[in-house]
Ligand binder design. Structure first.
Ligand code: MTE
Length: 319
């Protein structure tokens, strides 16, 4: 892993997103919809549409700790997902195609100078697009390595202009029982929400994802925009975000609301702190036969450990 800390790498090393990319995205959405009809997407052995690449290609971020372990094959990854809005099994890729990800409006509100409503394409046009290869460690002890396409969450925070009293950022997924009938299940605290501190939101590693494998994000990955926080358990990386709210109060996420004893606010990866029902010492990379040791902060300690100085002894930091 190579990492050279550069204060402004995010902006310096990436260019503004090309207009062609957005025209291309619209065409892709249309193409993908046609693909579903033809049974092309998301079946276990189903082919993914070949034309759905960002064009021009989004540059890989420089000066950045790209994961060096093998990238998880897209074929495996896109048919093994957690997206409870579409069911509690891993095979929800077909059901997730019901998601209407275009048009999509993101609302940014709470403790901000003024509320913003922004179309996903406008947002992408304003953000420094880049590719980052990240490890992802699910709390269920499986893992994957994905070349995500997106932009630093910090760039979005800057655009939002939060007030000085804002200390937390809350993310919310869409709520639509027509699209996602599972959201009728009253034992879940819908819509899915998650929260992090402002400090975490401004960390270099925090990323808003709009694509993967060089393509516009598949619906089962949480189209059209999701979070990725590679040092935390995967449930913090909320999918299909429709609202971002800045607040002085700590938000309670979907899983914490459901079972705070097992899924907490911080959820930083630590192989030495077991889940109440299973060990977190090792993980099973998707597509590989053997388990591998789990790493502290999922291997990103150099970039994030400083944010938790003095909290290491608290069990809640790790669950
Ligand atoms: N976001 C929403 N809205 N709904 C979900 O069920 N599952 C979380 C997270 N984000 C989830 C979500 C969990 S538990 C994990 S491990 C990751 O998404 C899985 O992402 P993947 O399906 O792209 O691997």
């Amino acid at each position: 892993m190579h990492f050279h800390r550069q204060a402004n790498w995010v902006i310096k090393e990436n260019r503004a997103t090309d207009e062609a990319l957005f025209l291309n995205r619209r065409q892709l959405m249309a193409g993908a919809a046609a693909g579903v009809g033809a049974g092309l997407i998301a079946g276990k052995a189903g082919a993914l549409p070949a034309e759905s690449r960002f064009s021009p290609a989004v540059p890989r971020a420089g000066g950045f700790p790209h994961a060096t372990s093998p990238i998880t094959p897209e074929r495996i990854n896109s048919t093994y997902n957690n997206f409870y809005e579409f069911g509690s099994s891993k095979s929800i890729s077909r059901e997730a195609q019901a998601l209407v990800s275009d048009p999509w409006t993101l609302t940014i509100d709470g403790d901000v100078e003024r509320e913003i409503q922004i179309d996903i394409d406008d947002l992408m046009r304003r953000m420094p697009m880049q590719e980052r290869v990240y490890r992802h460690r699910c709390v269920e002890a499986w893992s994957m390595v994905v070349p995500w396409v997106g932009f630093p969450l910090r760039a979005l925070v800057d655009m939002a202009a939060p007030l000085s009293r804002a200390r937390f950022v809350r993310f919310e997924t869409f709520f639509d029982t027509e699209v996602a009938p599972e959201q009728k299940a009253s034992w879940y605290p819908w819509p899915y929400t998650e929260g992090i501190t402002m400090n975490e939101a401004r960390n270099d590693l925090a990323m808003i994802v709009v694509g993967a494998y060089g393509k516009v994000l598949h619906k089962q990955f949480g189209a059209p925009l999701r979070l990725h926080l590679p040092w935390k358990y995967g449930f913090k990386s909320i999918k299909s975000i429709s609202r971002i709210t800045f607040s002085s109060r700590r938000p309670k996420g979907f899983w914490e609301e459901l079972n705070a004893r097992e899924y907490g606010f911080w959820a930083n990866v630590n192989p030495e702190v077991d889940h109440p029902r299973w060990s977190q010492a090792t993980e099973k990379p998707l597509g590989q036969d053997d388990r591998v040791p789990t790493q502290l902060f999922n291997g990103y300690g150099a970039q994030v450990a400083g944010m938790y100085a003095g909290m290491e002894g608290n069990r809640s930091t790790w669950m």
